[in-house]
Design a protein around this ligand. Structure first.
Ligand SMILES: *Cc1c(COP(=O)(O)O)cnc(C)c1O
Length: 401
């Protein structure tokens, strides 16, 4: 008879198998048991048919990976601890000293910061291109270009690029194309099928997604994914992922699994509310420009319409306003401070509406031709009632003086 603690650890009871319930089980592990030494030696950590160590996957993370592949139309997925880690992993996995990466000037800011920091220090050069001008990308492709980032819509200013033209150019050049798919989320458009309805496949090579946004939907989880459709490229990324020791917590994975079934419904609800507010904002004299790809005069509207204007497509939960130039920074700050339902905070696609004022001049190599001059404020629309959100903005406009 073993001592109590030993029996409690090596307990003989096994619950019956076959338990089924709406939500996926949370499997937690660093250690995973093997039945024999032979199994320990022969089991391949890269295979998704078995388990070797928590870092390399559990039933919970495998299930989430497969559902994310279905969401985006990819074939393989790795999970990382944040959206930024997904962006960084792509660079670390495919670039080496002497290579060059091209990044849109309107990309998610920290993608550029990584290029200016670690990548440059490791002898990997970068250039920024104007995503609204495919000729600019064409001119900047060089023999050293290994990776081209694309993002649709652009960060903060929400210009929608001619994604098909950018991808075609980069691929014809022999570069890998990576998309930051956080805005589209696998809903607005399919990154691995960019010419819907034709037999000629046009696809990005890699989709990086901040699951922190729509897939979580709660404003309470940080996670990212890197999805591919090429087994060789996936293995290159997976090996780098393993060597860097990246992994995600089982409880966080479970929260994303729990939110995924409602992602299409939430995307639609956010989208409808955002369009209503963006249209209304156009009637406000304080704003010289309202940026939202579904508005006919927003930059790149035609490209958004061609790719995303389907009943099951969409335009996400963001719109930005450009304040008329006579408003001072202090007045714009006062507007943001006066908002009550729109809270000051980063991120988006959660239940709470958010607002961030930006200094566009500091973010871009030059002021974009499509954007009016003035202070840019980005609004992220949550799940509150549109009428309340509209009243909140109207009241803050009065309060700013
Ligand atoms: C939020 C975001 C990221 C980074 O995601 P985190 O989980 O916050 O690191 C990357 N790209 C885009 C477009 C984002 O909006």
């Amino acid at each position: 008879m073993s001592a109590l603690s030993t029996t409690l650890i090596h307990h003989p009871y096994e619950a019956p198998s076959g338990f089924e319930a709406p939500q996926h089980a949370v499997h937690k592990a660093s250690t995973v048991f093997f039945p024999t030494v032979a199994a320990m030696r022969s089991r391949e950590w890269k295979d998704k048919t078995a388990y070797t160590y928590g870092l390399h996957g559990t039933p919970t993370t495998y299930a989430l990976e497969e559902r994310l592949c279905t969401l985006e139309g990819g074939a393989q997925c790795v999970l990382v601890p944040s959206g930024l880690a997904a962006v960084a992993l792509v660079a670390l996995a495919v670039l080496k000293t002497g290579d060059e990466v091209l990044i849109p000037d309107n990309a998610y800011g920290p993608n550029k910061t990584l290029a200016e920091g670690e990548l440059l220090a490791w002898g990997i050069r970068h250039r920024y291109y104007n995503a609204m001008d495919p000729a600019d990308l064409a001119a900047k492709l060089s023999p050293a270009t290994r990776l081209v980032w694309v993002e649709a819509a652009g960060s903060v200013t929400l210009e929608f690029p001619d994604l098909q033209a950018l991808v075609r150019l980069a691929k014809a050049h022999g570069a890998l194309v990576a998309l930051d798919n956080t805005w589209g989320a696998g809903i607005a458009f399919k990154p691995f099928d960019l010419v819907p309805g034709t037999s000629q496949p046009l696809a990005v090579d890699i989709s990086a997604h901040a699951l922190t946004k729509y897939p979580s939907g709660g404003g309470d989880v940080l996670m990212g994914s890197v999805i591919t459709r090429d087994a060789h490229l996936h293995m290159q990324i997976k090996l780098c992922h393993m060597r860097l020791g990246l992994s995600v917590g089982a409880n966080d994975a479970e929260m994303v699994l729990r939110s995924l079934p409602s992602i299409a419904l939430r995307y639609r609800a956010h989208d409808e509310a955002t369009r209503a507010l963006a249209v209304w904002a156009q009637s406000q004299p304080a704003f010289v420009q309202v940026l939202h790809p579904a508005l006919p005069d927003s930059p790149g509207h035609g490209f958004w319409k061609a790719l995303c204007d389907r009943p099951d497509g969409g335009a996400a939960c963001l719109f930005s306003v450009v304040f008329a130039p006579h408003f001072s920074q202090n007045q714009v700050d006062a507007f943001c401070d006066a908002l009550q339902l729109f809270r000051l905070g980063y991120s988006w696609a959660g239940p709470v509406s958010l607002v961030v004022p930006y200094n566009l001049r500091a973010m871009r190599t030059q002021w974009p031709a499509e954007i009016a001059h003035g202070t840019v404020v980005r609004l992220s629309v949550g799940l509150e009632a549109v009428s309340d959100l509209q009243a909140d903005i109207a009241r803050a406009l009065l309060a700013m003086g």
